[in-house]
Design a protein around this ligand. Structure first.
Ligand SMILES: Nc1nc2c(ncn2[C@@H]2O[C@H](COP(=O)(O)OP(=O)(O)OP(=O)(O)O)[C@@H](O)[C@H]2O)c(=O)[nH]1
Ligand SMILES: [Mg+2]
Length: 299
C-alpha cells in the first residue's frame, strides 16, 4: 500500500549473544515474538518484528548473536546475522552495559566497519548498570569509533520512545510493507516450536547444552474450532539428554509441555492439546538435512 507522505524502513539488530537483542525487538513491537532466555545463543534464525504507526512503519530484524561458529548450525547463525545487515536503513548494534565492550565484541565491530549502513550503538541493560559501568562502556564505545550512541533498557522500556524518534530520522518515503495488525512474519508453527524450545532451555538450564531442536510435526484445529492439536518433537544429541528431558516419572516433560502449552494458547487464542515426543539424533547440528527440517534454511 502506497500512501502520500508515508515512511518506512528496515533496521537490523546485531550484537553478541545474550546482550538483549530479542528482548529489544519484543519491546519495540509490544509483543513476544522472539524467545528470550538468560543463555547465550538463544536466537537461531532471523526474526522480523513490525512496528506500525499512522504515518510510518519500522521493520526490525532480530538476529542470532555473533560468535565464532563451531558447527554447521553456528555457521548458519553467523551468516543470518551478517546477511540481515545488508541494505538496512541502519544497524542497531546492542552492547551489554553490565559486561561492557568485550573481547568478543571486537569481531562484531570489525564486521560493522565494513557494513554499508550507518550504525547506532545501543547500550542496553542500563536499568541494572552502575554509574561506573555506564561510564566504562560509554568510553569503550567512543574509543571504538562510534558516535551515535543511546543508552536504553529493553526490559523496562527506558529511552525506547527516544530510540523510536531517533530511528524515525532514518526512514524514507515508502510503502507500508505489512498490514497494520501484523507484528511478525514468523509463521505460527515456528513460533510454537520456539516456545517449546524456550521452556526446555529455561527449565533445564545447566543440565543440557544447546543441542536441542524442536520441530512441529502437525498442527490441526478440531472441526468444531474449539481445540488445536499440536504434535511436536524435541531433538537432542544424547540418550542421556533424553532421560533428563523426560525427567523422573515423566515429570520434566510434563512441565515443559504445560508451560509451552500456556504460551501457545495465548499466542493462538485457542485451547491447545500439546503432544511432545523426544528423539535422539546425534550430531544433528552438523547435519544439513536435519537443519533444513528444523527451519534453518539458506534462502
Ligand atoms: N536487566 C536487564 N536485563 C535484560 C535487558 N534486556 C535483556 N535482558 C536479559 O538478558 C538476557 C538475554 O536476553 P535476550 O533478549 O535473550 O538476548 P539476545 O541478545 O537476544 O541473546 P541471543 O539470542 O542468545 O543472541 C535475558 O535474561 C534478558 O531478560 C535489560 O534491558 N535489562
Ligand atoms: Mg535472541
Amino acid at each position: 500500500m502506497m500512501q502520500e507522505g508515508y515512511k518506512s524502513g528496515f533496521f537490523s539488530i546485531v550484537g553478541c549473544p545474550n546482550v538483549g537483542k530479542s528482548t529489544l525487538i519484543n519491546a519495540l513491537v509490544g509483543q513476544k515474538i522472539a524467545i528470550v532466555t538468560d543463555r547465550a545463543q538463544t536466537t537461531r534464525n532471523r526474526i522480523t518484528g513490525v512496528l506500525t504507526r499512522k504515518q510510518y512503519q519500522m521493520i526490525f530484524l532480530d538476529t542470532p548473536g555473533m560468535t565464532h561458529p563451531r558447527s554447521k548450525l553456528g555457521a548458519y547463525m553467523q551468516k543470518v546475522a551478517e546477511d540481515s545487515s545488508k541494505d538496512t536503513e541502519a544497524i542497531l548494534f546492542v552492547v551489554d552495559a553490565l559486561k561492557g565492550v568485550m573481547e568478543r565484541d571486537r569481531d562484531v565491530i570489525a564486521f560493522l566497519k565494513n557494513a554499508r549502513s550507518p550504525v547506532i550503538v545501543l547500550i542496553n541493560k542500563c536499568d541494572a548498570a552502575s554509574a561506573e559501568q555506564m561510564e566504562a562502556v560509554r568510553s569503550a564505545v567512543a574509543e571504538a569509533g562510534f558516535s551515535n550512541v543511546l543508552a536504553i533498557s529493553a526490559k523496562t522500556g527506558e529511552n525506547l520512545d527516544q530510540l523510536e524518534r531517533l530511528l524515525y530520522g532514518y526512514l524514507t518515503e515508502g510503502p507500508q510493507y505489512y498490514p497494520e495488525d501484523m507484528v511478525t512474519d514468523q509463521p505460527e508453527r515456528l513460533i510454537c516450536a520456539e516456545m517449546i524450545r524456550e521452556k526446555t532451555l529455561e527449565l533445564l538450564r545447566e543440565e543440557i547444552p544447546h543441542g536441542i531442536g524442536v520441530a512441529i510435526d502437525k498442527m490441526e484445529l478440531r472441526k468444531d474450532g474449539t481445540l488445536m492439536d499440536v504434535w511436536a518433537t524435541i531433538y537432542c544429541e544424547r540418550e542421556s539428554h533424553k532421560g533428563i528431558i523426560i525427567g523422573r516419572g515423566g515429570k520434566m516433560l510434563k512441565r515443559i509441555g504445560s508451560e509451552a502449552r500456556k504460551d501457545i494458547e495465548w499466542l493462538l487464542d485457542v485451547q491447545v492439546n500439546l503432544q511432545l515426543w523426544i528423539k535422539v539424533k546425534e550430531d544433528w547440528r552438523n547435519r544439513q538435512q536435519m537443519l533444513n527440517e528444523l527451519g534453518y534454511r539458506d534462502e
